[in-house]
Every structure is written in C-alpha cells, then in structure tokens.
Design a protein around this ligand. Structure first.
Ligand code: NAD
Length: 352
C-alpha cells in the first residue's frame, strides 16, 4: 500500500551520503531515519544529525520500518549491498557508477525483478541545468541540426586523495565523471553508436586514469568529444555545440556562454579579409554582425528533488523511472568500449 512518508536509510555516510541527507529534507514524502557506515566517526556525525546509527548492515536489513536503502559507499561494494537490500525486501537507490562493469548491473536488475523491488541509479546530472539547456537546444533545433557536440569537465586538483585513486574500489575519472557525461550524451540523440576511439591519461602516476578523451560517432552522423581532466589549470568550455545554423557555447556551471546563429533575414555577407598573425585571411574572418544573431544562455527550471519524487512514484507504480536501468547499462557498455579503445589505441566499430 502507498504510504504518506517512506523511511530511508543511507548506507555509506561520506561526502555524497550526507549530501543526500540534505536534499531529502526538501522531499515531504521521504524521511532519512537512519545511517550505516563502517567508520565510527561517520556514525557519530550521523548521530549528531539526529539519524539513528545502525550497528550493522544486517540491522538495517532486518528493520521492517525501512522502506528504502540508499547506497553511497565507494563503487566496489555497490553490487553486494544492493543485492542484499533487494533480497531483504527494500527498494534501493544506488550511487553512480552503479557497478564497475555492465554484467554486474544485470545481476542486480535480475534480483530486482525477482523480488519485485525498485532499483534505481542516482544519475543526478540528468537534471543539471547546463545539460537540460543543451538537450533543449537539440530538440528545438536552436542551432539547426547538431552535427558535433563537445562536453568537458576539467579541474586542476588531481584526483581526490581517497579510494578514487585505487583500481580495486572502482576509481578513475572515466568511472567517476565519465559515467555522468556519457549518460548525458546518450540522452541527446536516439541514434545508435557506430564507433568509439579514446585515450586515457595517467599524468599523475596513479594506477587509474586521471582523465580521458573519447570521440564517439553515432549512426545518424553526430560526432561527440567527451573529455575529463584533473590537471587543467585553464579550462575549455563545459559545452561546445555545432549545428547547421549556428554554434553554442556554455563555459561553465554558471551558464555563461552564448548561442550565435545565422540571420536568415539577411543575405549572406561576403567576408572581408582580416590581418591574422603575419598573414591575411578571409576564411577565418569573423561572421559579419548584421548576418548573425547572438543570444545569451537562458536558465531552465529544474527542482533538485525531482529524482526522489520520481523514485517514489515508481515505487507506487504511477510513473516510469527517470533513470531506466537499460540506459544505465548502455552507458556501462560504452565505458567498457572506451577502456578497450584506449587499451588497443584503435577505433572500435560496434553498433549499440
Ligand atoms: P566518501 O569516501 O566520502 O564516502 C563513502 C563512505 O562509505 C565512507 O564514509 C565510508 O566509510 C563508507 N563505507 C565504505 N564501505 C562501506 C560499507 N561496506 N558499508 C557502509 N559504509 C561503507 O565517498 P563519496 O564521495 O561520498 O562517494 C560515495 C559514492 O557516491 C560513490 O559511488 C561516488 O561515485 C558517488 N558520488 C556521486 C556523486 C553524484 O553527484 N552523483 C557525487 C559524489 C560521489
């Protein structure tokens, strides 16, 4: 039966676990009632926050008042904990990357189907404002038909000094940030992927990738470059989009940037040569002001609690998941293909 308030326990109360606690405060139908973490200090913090601190995972699972288990541990234990929770009759929200390989996700989904419980991955960057603006641009043809998109995140602080540097925990930037950017990318087109090429970087001498660049070609002709870096003292734009009628750029999460399109009301103006370096060029002269239209990036509404509200509707059978497991699986297959392309230094031709 539907409930007016669902009880949720956070397993893994680190950076992200505590952030979930804050976000869930805005969702009236969801209440964080407890926390379980293997580190005493994190449990003390949870206690200070007024959450019940469970003494073991077993204690969480055997508590009949717990409806939902939210897993925010390092990546290597997501699978085991998710399966335990589903088998105990709990619904599960699991952090990204849900598993370290695509086969492990299928094992979890099988258990979810067997038990009839809801299992959803927290792909929260599907609600990032910059991404929603880009998706809207694709749909509304704001720059005509998009034929090339570049999506990047770049920092200069290296990989945080935690489990993210270690392979055994599912560390590395492809799994950490790549999973978000690739998930977003695959929502921009209905087309299948045709080929993948990639390089991983290990500038920091860690056992995992500290960044990567991948080029993906879709069957409909769209090409994409996705790049993550942790040694970039100067950043490239977050988004760069080229369409048949114009170009768009979003510099950063502050939504600075612009959309520049061809003014169809005006006859094409023949460019005048400009001096560029020690030479002259007409080809690289900027488009004339009268033949182009410049617009700033307009914000889009995206309430932060939408993920949880959708999850509750899925539990109650009144909505489809906003993060279907098949889509999460496809992203993991893409990540595996990127690892393969980088290892072989080859273009992998595969339709999926
Ligand atoms: P973190 O190291 O800050 O926290 C992880 C916590 O899990 C720690 O407190 C650790 O003691 C605890 N833990 C480890 N093994 C456990 C176990 N078996 N049972 C219970 N607790 C356990 O890491 P984080 O940055 O919070 O990342 C946690 C997860 O959240 C990762 O999967 C990460 O990829 C994801 N994450 C997602 C986002 C996002 O925006 N969606 C952002 C950051 C992190």
């Amino acid at each position: 039966a539907n409930k007016s308030v669902y009880n949720l326990v956070i397993v893994g109360y680190g950076g992200m676990g505590s952030y979930h606690g804050q976000l869930i405060e805005k969702v009236p139908a969801l209440e964080v009632t407890g926390v379980y973490d293997i580190v005493d200090y994190r449990m003390e913090l949870a206690g200070q926050h007024g959450y019940h601190a469970y003494e073991s995972m077993g204690a969480v699972l055997s508590d009949e008042n717990v409806d939902i288990v939210l897993i925010a541990t390092p990546n290597d234990v997501h699978k085991e904990l998710s399966i335990q929770a589903l088998r105990a009759g709990k619904h599960v929200i699991c952090e990204k990357p849900v598993t370290i390989n695509s086969a492990d996700l299928l094992d979890i989904v099988k258990v979810a189907e067997e038990t009839g419980q809801t299992f959803t991955v927290h792909q929260n960057r599907r609600w990032d404002e910059d991404f929603l603006i880009i998706r809207d641009m694709f749909e509304k043809r704001a720059v005509g038909d998009v034929f090339h998109v570049e999506s990047r995140v770049q920092g200069a602080n290296g990989i945080p000094g935690d489990w993210r540097q270690l392979k055994a925990y599912g560390g590395g930037m492809l799994l950490d940030w790549g999973v978000h950017l690739l998930d977003q990318l695959l929502l921009l087109t209905d087309s299948k992927i045709e080929s993948v090429h990639a390089q991983l970087s290990t500038i920091l001498d860690t056992e995992v990738d500290d960044g990567f660049t991948t080029t993906i070609r879709f069957k409909d002709g769209l090409t994409a470059v996705v790049e993550v870096g942790t040694t970039n003292y100067v950043k490239l734009p977050r988004w760069y989009v080229k369409g048949t009628e114009g170009t768009a750029i979003i510099q950063d999460w502050d939504l600075s940037g612009e959309i520049v399109t061809r003014n169809t009301e005006v006859e094409k103006v023949e460019p005048k040569p400009i001096q560029a370096g020690r030479g002259l060029t007409k080809t690289m002269a900027p488009p004339s002001e009268e033949s182009t239209i410049r617009k700033s990036i307009e914000p889009i509404q995206n309430p932060p609690e939408e993920f949880y509200v959708n999850f509750l509707s899925v539990i109650e059978g009144s909505a489809q998941s906003a993060v279907p497991n098949e889509q999460v699986h496809r992203v993991l297959v893409l990540i595996e293909t990127i690892f393969e392309a980088a290892e072989k230094d080859a273009v992998i031709h595969k339709e999926f």
